[in-house]
Design a protein around this ligand. Structure first.
Ligand SMILES: *Cc1c(COP(=O)(O)O)cnc(C)c1O
Length: 390
């Protein structure tokens, strides 16, 4: 189909819930993607942090294709090796004890919320069921994860929402202490770097305090690493920067490397909470997705994390000194750039010049593939700097 035909048929047949940019992407390799007319783009968005090693990375694609020719799906009534190997690799790499597999970030968070509630209800009775979440957070688009999301703009058209969530301002310890002093709190849930909320890194002292309060009161501490996980911030999980050890971590996006998967990781404290029949997923831990994800987990090692740090330092230093830049925030290869221009104008100008970037609130957001070659990164950052500075 021609590009114009694609635009027209999309409009005709696909629900109008996406305000898409006017390009149709066709193929790619690594950090380079080509559109339907053959124009090349350097990808600094990774499909919102999903394509950890770029698109159609050879190691990833080979593992996926091999598994697709062997066994594509069976239900979770049976054992399958890729899922088991992925869970083992995740636990060995991160120190968590057990994993539940879902298909997306929102579903992983649903699993975490259910587990936190059940943990508390089993131990303390039904009235302890409230989860404390942060303003400006994003936890997904299902009704319950939207209920957990601290941004009114996602709420207004879909009332009523689920009870059992309270919101506090991030980095305000007094508000936090007040919230957890209620005896009905079973969980605290937060992102270490609020992604959709504008690439805001939480204060170290605040995270530590929240973690300590949770420990003291046997509240389940959940870290949403759907976007920050799997090497994105320069550690396997972003919470490692904060010197804490959550009871539950959720992850998705980069774990899939390009295919849908989500995971809930349980510590010793929560590993036995979900018992037979209490949670499940038809597609969760699908063998093809798991075979691809395994290659992602295996490749996130100290060498890669070191390179992520170097690339991050380069981006921070180049953009901080660019005219019109107000601030650069984030960690590792998850970066927000506040400028005195409209973020969407920068995205469009960059696209015209062959660079794909994202936005987060008023900021331009970068989530390049973790292994983007330095030369391509430099080429793209030079273009971005020019656009921002002019
Ligand atoms: C993207 C995201 C989600 C939702 O993930 P989906 O796969 O879109 O359901 C949840 N939490 C965070 C922090 C995210 O960035």
């Amino acid at each position: 189909m021609t590009t114009e035909q694609l635009f027209n048929k999309d409009s005709e047949y696909i629900a109008h819930s996406y305000n898409r940019f006017k390009i149709a992407l066709d193929h790619g390799r690594g950090s380079e993607i080509y559109d339907n007319d053959g124009k090349r783009y350097i990808d600094l968005g990774s499909g919102i942090g999903v394509n950890a090693f770029g698109v159609c990375d050879e190691i990833f694609s080979d593992a996926v294709c091999a598994q697709a020719k062997k066994l594509t799906h069976v239900s979770n009534l049976y054992y399958t090796e890729p899922q088991i190997r992925l869970a083992e690799a995740l636990c060995k790499k991160t120190g968590f004890k057990r994993v539940f597999f879902a298909n997306s970030g929102a579903e992983a968070n649903e699993g975490a919320i259910k587990t936190a509630r059940k943990y508390s209800i089993d131990k303390y009775g039904e009235s302890r069921n409230v989860i404390v979440s942060l303003s400006h957070s994003f936890h997904g688009r299902t009704v319950t994860t939207l209920s957990a999301t601290g941004q009114d703009e996602y709420h207004k058209d879909f009332m009523p929402f689920n009870d059992g969530f309270v919101f506090i301002e991030p980095n305000d310890i007094t508000e936090l202490e007040k919230a957890v002093s209620a005896d009905n709190v079973c969980g605290i849930m937060m992102e270490m770097v609020q992604g959709e909320g504008g690439v805001n890194v939480l204060d170290g002292a605040y995270v530590k305090k929240a973690y300590e309060l949770a420990k003291e009161k046997d509240i389940v501490f959940i870290v949403d690493e759907v976007q920050t996980g799997n090497g994105r911030t320069g550690k396997y999980f972003a919470f490692e920067h904060f010197g804490i050890c959550p009871d539950i971590v959720t992850t998705a996006k980069g774990l899939g490397g390009g295919l849908p998967i989500g995971a809930v990781l349980f510590s010793e404290k929560t590993m036995d909470t979900l018992t037979f029949g209490k949670h499940g997923s038809t597609f969760g831990g699908n063998p093809v997705a798991a075979a691809g994800a395994l290659t992602v987990v295996e490749r996130i090692d100290d060498k890669l994390l070191g390179e992520i740090k170097e690339k991050s330092d380069y981006i921070f230093s180049e953009l901080s000194k660019t005219p019109n830049v107000i601030s650069v925030s984030g960690m590792g290869l998850m970066i927000g750039i506040e400028t005195n221009k409209k973020a969407s104008d920068i995205v469009k100008a960059a696209m015209d010049k062959g660079v794909l970037v994202l936005t987060a609130k008023t900021k331009v957001r970068l989530l390049p593939p973790l292994n983007i070659p330095f030369e391509l990164l430099k080429e793209a950052i030079e273009i971005l700097k020019e656009i921002i500075a002019e």
